[in-house]
Design a protein around this ligand. Structure first.
Ligand SMILES: [Fe+2]
Length: 188
C-alpha cells in the first residue's frame, strides 16, 4: 500500500481511500492490484506479464499503451548510479510514466503546478500512473531494489526532459516503509 507525504504541510496519508483521492486530485492515478497471484515476484518477466495480462490489457485500452515490460533494478545492477542520476532530478516526459510494482520500493516526488510537492512511496501491488507533462523525480528506497511492470505509448520516445529547477534538492528521498509500524497489525 502506497503512502504519501506532503513535506511542506507536514502531512502523511496512509489510508487507501485518502491516498487515492489525494493523488486523483493532482491528476495521478493510483490503484491496488490483487497481489494474491500464483506468480512469484522473482519469476521470469514473461510469467509476470502473463499473470497480470488482464490489468495490462485494460490499461492499454484506457491509456493507449502499446507495450509492456518488466524492469529490474537493484544494488547489483551495472551502472546503477548513472541510471538513478537520470531520474532523481525534476523532469517530465512526453509520455505517461506507468509502473506496477512487483517487488521492492520506490519514491516518486510529484510536483503539481498548483499545489505542494507530494512524495509517493510505492511497494508491491501498487500501480501509479504519472501523466505526460507532470513534473516529478524518482529515487529508490534504502534497500535499493525495485521490480516493476512498465507500460509505454511509444518506448522509443520515453526520455526525461529536465526542468533544472533545483526543486528536487529541497526534498530528502527518505522512505518510511513498512518498518514504520514495528508491530504490524497491532492497533488501528
Ligand atoms: Fe520519470
Amino acid at each position: 500500500m502506497a503512502l504519501i507525504t506532503i513535506p511542506d504541510e507536514n502531512r502523511t496519508l496512509r489510508n487507501r481511500e485518502a491516498v487515492t483521492e489525494y493523488l486523483g486530485g493532482i491528476g495521478i492515478d493510483y490503484e491496488r492490484w490483487d497481489s494474491s497471484r500464483s506468480v512469484a515476484a522473482q519469476a521470469p518477466a514473461d510469467e509476470i506479464l502473463d499473470a497480470y495480462s488482464d490489468e495490462i490489457e485494460r490499461l492499454k485500452v484506457v491509456g493507449g499503451y502499446v507495450t509492456a515490460d518488466v524492469i529490474d533494478v537493484n544494488a547489483r545492477t551495472p551502472g546503477l548510479e548513472a541510471m538513478l542520476a537520470r531520474f532523481n532530478r525534476e523532469h517530465w516526459h512526453d509520455e505517461d510514466e506507468v509502473r506496477f510494482i512487483i517487488k521492492g520500493r520506490g519514491l516518486f516526488h510529484i510536483h503539481p503546478r498548483e499545489s505542494a510537492v507530494v512524495a509517493v512511496e510505492v511497494e508491491a501491488g501498487d500501480l501509479i500512473r504519472v501523466p505526460r507533462g507532470t513534473l516529478h523525480w524518482f529515487n529508490l528506497c534504502q534497500d535499493r531494489e525495485i521490480r516493476a511492470i512498465r507500460l509505454f505509448q511509444d518506448p522509443a520516445g520515453w526520455a526525461p526532459r529536465y526542468t533544472e529547477s533545483g526543486a528536487d534538492i529541497n526534498y530528502q528521498p527518505v522512505c518510511l516503509g513498512a518498518s514504520y509500524f514495528p508491530a504490524q497489525g497491532a492497533g488501528g
